[in-house]
Design a binder for this molecule. Structure first.
Ligand code: PEP
Length: 244
Protein backbone atom coordinates (compact mmCIF):
# COMPACT_ATOMS: atom_id res chain seq x y z
CA UNK A 1 0.00 0.00 0.00
CA UNK A 2 1.85 3.02 -1.26
CA UNK A 3 1.26 6.74 -0.99
CA UNK A 4 2.49 9.34 -3.47
CA UNK A 5 2.47 12.80 -1.96
CA UNK A 6 3.20 14.55 -5.27
CA UNK A 7 4.34 18.18 -4.57
CA UNK A 8 2.69 18.47 -1.15
CA UNK A 9 3.95 18.83 2.46
CA UNK A 10 6.97 20.62 3.86
CA UNK A 11 9.46 18.83 6.14
CA UNK A 12 7.68 19.94 9.37
CA UNK A 13 4.35 18.83 7.89
CA UNK A 14 5.96 15.49 7.01
CA UNK A 15 7.11 15.01 10.61
CA UNK A 16 3.64 15.83 11.91
CA UNK A 17 2.06 13.33 9.47
CA UNK A 18 4.21 10.43 10.68
CA UNK A 19 3.58 11.18 14.35
CA UNK A 20 -0.07 10.43 13.68
CA UNK A 21 0.28 7.84 10.93
CA UNK A 22 2.98 5.43 12.17
CA UNK A 23 1.07 4.21 15.26
CA UNK A 24 -2.05 3.62 13.13
CA UNK A 25 -0.27 1.09 10.89
CA UNK A 26 1.88 -0.49 13.57
CA UNK A 27 -0.03 -3.77 13.32
CA UNK A 28 -0.70 -3.78 9.57
CA UNK A 29 1.24 -6.94 8.95
CA UNK A 30 -0.82 -7.95 5.91
CA UNK A 31 1.11 -5.57 3.66
CA UNK A 32 4.11 -3.36 3.12
CA UNK A 33 3.52 0.35 3.64
CA UNK A 34 5.42 2.90 1.55
CA UNK A 35 5.18 6.68 1.43
CA UNK A 36 6.83 8.85 -1.22
CA UNK A 37 7.32 12.44 -0.02
CA UNK A 38 9.12 15.22 -1.93
CA UNK A 39 12.95 15.25 -1.99
CA UNK A 40 13.44 17.86 0.79
CA UNK A 41 11.31 15.78 3.18
CA UNK A 42 12.87 12.38 2.51
CA UNK A 43 15.44 12.48 5.29
CA UNK A 44 12.91 13.69 7.85
CA UNK A 45 10.49 10.98 6.69
CA UNK A 46 13.14 8.25 6.93
CA UNK A 47 14.09 9.38 10.45
CA UNK A 48 10.47 9.64 11.56
CA UNK A 49 9.72 6.09 10.37
CA UNK A 50 12.85 4.37 11.66
CA UNK A 51 11.82 1.25 13.58
CA UNK A 52 8.24 1.39 12.24
CA UNK A 53 6.54 -0.66 9.50
CA UNK A 54 6.62 2.27 7.09
CA UNK A 55 9.26 2.54 4.36
CA UNK A 56 10.08 5.65 2.38
CA UNK A 57 10.21 6.09 -1.37
CA UNK A 58 11.24 8.91 -3.68
CA UNK A 59 9.00 10.10 -6.51
CA UNK A 60 11.71 10.00 -9.17
CA UNK A 61 15.48 9.64 -9.63
CA UNK A 62 18.09 10.12 -12.33
CA UNK A 63 20.08 7.17 -13.68
CA UNK A 64 23.63 8.55 -13.39
CA UNK A 65 25.50 8.09 -10.11
CA UNK A 66 26.60 11.74 -10.01
CA UNK A 67 27.64 14.45 -12.45
CA UNK A 68 26.72 17.72 -14.11
CA UNK A 69 22.95 17.14 -14.14
CA UNK A 70 21.56 20.24 -12.45
CA UNK A 71 18.31 19.60 -10.62
CA UNK A 72 18.59 15.82 -10.61
CA UNK A 73 18.99 13.36 -7.74
CA UNK A 74 20.74 9.97 -7.95
CA UNK A 75 20.09 6.56 -6.44
CA UNK A 76 23.05 6.66 -4.00
CA UNK A 77 21.86 10.07 -2.76
CA UNK A 78 18.47 8.54 -1.98
CA UNK A 79 19.77 5.42 -0.24
CA UNK A 80 22.16 7.57 1.83
CA UNK A 81 19.19 9.23 3.52
CA UNK A 82 17.31 5.97 4.15
CA UNK A 83 15.12 5.77 1.04
CA UNK A 84 14.17 2.20 0.03
CA UNK A 85 11.73 2.64 -2.88
CA UNK A 86 11.33 4.87 -5.90
CA UNK A 87 8.41 5.65 -8.21
CA UNK A 88 9.37 5.44 -11.86
CA UNK A 89 7.39 6.69 -14.85
CA UNK A 90 4.48 8.27 -12.96
CA UNK A 91 2.04 9.70 -15.52
CA UNK A 92 2.66 13.24 -14.27
CA UNK A 93 6.35 12.77 -15.10
CA UNK A 94 5.43 11.36 -18.51
CA UNK A 95 2.93 14.19 -19.14
CA UNK A 96 4.84 17.25 -17.85
CA UNK A 97 8.50 16.26 -17.77
CA UNK A 98 9.08 14.30 -20.96
CA UNK A 99 9.41 10.84 -19.43
CA UNK A 100 9.35 8.09 -22.08
CA UNK A 101 9.32 4.31 -21.96
CA UNK A 102 13.06 4.43 -22.72
CA UNK A 103 13.85 6.73 -19.77
CA UNK A 104 11.57 4.64 -17.55
CA UNK A 105 13.76 1.66 -18.36
CA UNK A 106 16.97 3.58 -17.65
CA UNK A 107 15.68 4.82 -14.29
CA UNK A 108 14.44 1.34 -13.34
CA UNK A 109 17.80 -0.23 -14.17
CA UNK A 110 19.62 2.43 -12.16
CA UNK A 111 17.26 2.06 -9.21
CA UNK A 112 17.96 -1.68 -9.11
CA UNK A 113 21.69 -1.14 -9.48
CA UNK A 114 21.71 1.13 -6.42
CA UNK A 115 19.50 -1.15 -4.31
CA UNK A 116 16.23 0.74 -4.55
CA UNK A 117 12.91 -1.03 -5.16
CA UNK A 118 11.19 0.53 -8.17
CA UNK A 119 7.42 0.94 -8.47
CA UNK A 120 7.06 1.28 -12.22
CA UNK A 121 3.91 3.10 -13.32
CA UNK A 122 2.00 2.44 -16.53
CA UNK A 123 -1.45 3.52 -17.70
CA UNK A 124 -3.46 4.79 -20.64
CA UNK A 125 -4.77 8.31 -21.30
CA UNK A 126 -8.49 8.96 -21.74
CA UNK A 127 -8.31 9.28 -25.53
CA UNK A 128 -6.37 6.03 -25.71
CA UNK A 129 -9.08 4.23 -23.72
CA UNK A 130 -11.87 5.82 -25.74
CA UNK A 131 -10.28 4.80 -29.01
CA UNK A 132 -10.01 1.19 -27.82
CA UNK A 133 -6.23 1.25 -27.45
CA UNK A 134 -5.84 0.60 -23.72
CA UNK A 135 -4.29 -2.83 -24.07
CA UNK A 136 -1.98 -1.78 -26.91
CA UNK A 137 -0.71 1.15 -24.82
CA UNK A 138 -0.11 -1.02 -21.77
CA UNK A 139 1.66 -3.65 -23.84
CA UNK A 140 3.91 -1.00 -25.43
CA UNK A 141 4.72 0.55 -22.05
CA UNK A 142 5.50 -2.90 -20.70
CA UNK A 143 7.57 -4.10 -23.65
CA UNK A 144 9.57 -0.90 -24.05
CA UNK A 145 9.85 0.21 -20.41
CA UNK A 146 9.97 -3.04 -18.44
CA UNK A 147 10.45 -6.20 -20.50
CA UNK A 148 14.11 -5.50 -21.19
CA UNK A 149 14.92 -6.27 -17.55
CA UNK A 150 16.47 -9.65 -16.85
CA UNK A 151 14.41 -12.14 -14.82
CA UNK A 152 16.28 -11.42 -11.60
CA UNK A 153 15.80 -7.70 -12.06
CA UNK A 154 12.12 -8.12 -12.92
CA UNK A 155 11.53 -10.10 -9.71
CA UNK A 156 12.47 -7.00 -7.70
CA UNK A 157 10.04 -4.51 -9.22
CA UNK A 158 6.44 -3.65 -8.43
CA UNK A 159 4.14 -2.50 -11.25
CA UNK A 160 1.46 0.17 -10.74
CA UNK A 161 -1.42 0.37 -13.19
CA UNK A 162 -2.63 3.97 -13.10
CA UNK A 163 -5.11 5.00 -15.79
CA UNK A 164 -4.30 8.66 -16.40
CA UNK A 165 -7.99 9.63 -16.58
CA UNK A 166 -8.47 8.36 -13.02
CA UNK A 167 -5.55 10.22 -11.41
CA UNK A 168 -6.60 13.15 -9.26
CA UNK A 169 -9.97 13.31 -11.03
CA UNK A 170 -12.17 11.55 -8.50
CA UNK A 171 -13.03 9.17 -11.36
CA UNK A 172 -11.90 5.74 -10.13
CA UNK A 173 -11.69 2.85 -12.58
CA UNK A 174 -14.35 0.29 -11.75
CA UNK A 175 -12.84 -2.77 -10.09
CA UNK A 176 -13.62 -4.71 -13.29
CA UNK A 177 -11.84 -2.18 -15.55
CA UNK A 178 -8.82 -2.24 -13.25
CA UNK A 179 -8.82 -6.04 -13.07
CA UNK A 180 -8.96 -6.29 -16.90
CA UNK A 181 -5.90 -4.07 -17.22
CA UNK A 182 -4.07 -6.02 -14.51
CA UNK A 183 -4.89 -9.25 -16.36
CA UNK A 184 -3.47 -7.82 -19.59
CA UNK A 185 -0.27 -6.82 -17.81
CA UNK A 186 0.04 -10.18 -16.08
CA UNK A 187 -0.37 -11.90 -19.45
CA UNK A 188 2.64 -9.91 -20.68
CA UNK A 189 4.62 -10.99 -17.62
CA UNK A 190 3.66 -14.59 -18.37
CA UNK A 191 4.76 -14.24 -21.99
CA UNK A 192 8.09 -12.60 -21.16
CA UNK A 193 9.07 -14.03 -17.78
CA UNK A 194 7.03 -17.22 -17.31
CA UNK A 195 4.46 -18.65 -14.93
CA UNK A 196 6.24 -18.14 -11.61
CA UNK A 197 6.97 -14.49 -12.32
CA UNK A 198 3.37 -13.89 -13.42
CA UNK A 199 2.07 -15.36 -10.16
CA UNK A 200 4.59 -13.49 -8.01
CA UNK A 201 4.58 -9.99 -9.50
CA UNK A 202 2.68 -7.39 -7.51
CA UNK A 203 0.49 -5.06 -9.55
CA UNK A 204 -0.92 -2.05 -7.70
CA UNK A 205 -3.93 -0.05 -8.86
CA UNK A 206 -3.76 3.75 -8.66
CA UNK A 207 -6.28 6.44 -9.54
CA UNK A 208 -8.58 8.19 -7.05
CA UNK A 209 -8.36 5.43 -4.44
CA UNK A 210 -10.15 6.54 -1.27
CA UNK A 211 -11.08 4.96 2.07
CA UNK A 212 -14.56 4.24 0.69
CA UNK A 213 -13.56 2.45 -2.53
CA UNK A 214 -10.42 0.56 -1.49
CA UNK A 215 -12.35 -2.51 -0.32
CA UNK A 216 -14.09 -3.19 -3.64
CA UNK A 217 -10.84 -2.65 -5.54
CA UNK A 218 -8.87 -4.93 -3.24
CA UNK A 219 -11.62 -7.57 -3.53
CA UNK A 220 -10.38 -8.19 -7.09
CA UNK A 221 -7.82 -11.03 -6.89
CA UNK A 222 -5.88 -9.34 -9.71
CA UNK A 223 -5.24 -6.23 -7.59
CA UNK A 224 -2.37 -6.74 -5.17
CA UNK A 225 -2.27 -3.29 -3.61
CA UNK A 226 -2.91 0.38 -4.30
CA UNK A 227 -0.89 3.49 -5.10
CA UNK A 228 -2.66 6.45 -3.57
CA UNK A 229 -2.12 10.13 -4.35
CA UNK A 230 -4.44 12.71 -2.80
CA UNK A 231 -5.89 10.42 -0.15
CA UNK A 232 -2.45 9.53 1.20
CA UNK A 233 -1.94 13.08 2.50
CA UNK A 234 -4.27 12.55 5.43
CA UNK A 235 -2.83 10.22 8.10
CA UNK A 236 -6.16 8.88 9.30
CA UNK A 237 -7.55 8.44 5.78
CA UNK A 238 -4.44 6.70 4.47
CA UNK A 239 -4.24 4.47 7.56
CA UNK A 240 -7.83 3.38 6.89
CA UNK A 241 -6.85 2.54 3.30
CA UNK A 242 -3.86 0.51 4.50
CA UNK A 243 -6.09 -1.28 7.00
CA UNK A 244 -8.99 -1.78 4.56
C1 PEP B 1 -1.09 9.12 -7.96
O1 PEP B 1 -0.60 10.24 -7.79
O2 PEP B 1 -0.37 8.16 -8.24
C2 PEP B 1 -2.55 8.96 -7.83
C3 PEP B 1 -3.05 7.78 -8.06
O3 PEP B 1 -3.26 10.07 -7.47
P1 PEP B 1 -4.78 10.11 -6.91
O4 PEP B 1 -4.92 8.98 -5.91
O5 PEP B 1 -4.91 11.46 -6.29
O6 PEP B 1 -5.68 9.91 -8.08
Amino acid sequence: MAGNWKMYKTAPETRAFFEKFAPLVERSEHCEVVICPTYPSLEVAAEATEGTRVEIGAQNMYWAKEGAFTGEVSGPMLTAVGVKWVLVGHSERRQYFGETNETVLQRTLAALEYGLKPIVCVGERLEERESGNTEAVLVAQFREGIARLGSEQFAKIVIAYEPVWAIGTGRTATPEIAADAHRALRAQVLADYGKEAAAAVRILYGGSVKPDNVKTLMAQPEIDGVLVGGASLDPIGFASIVNF
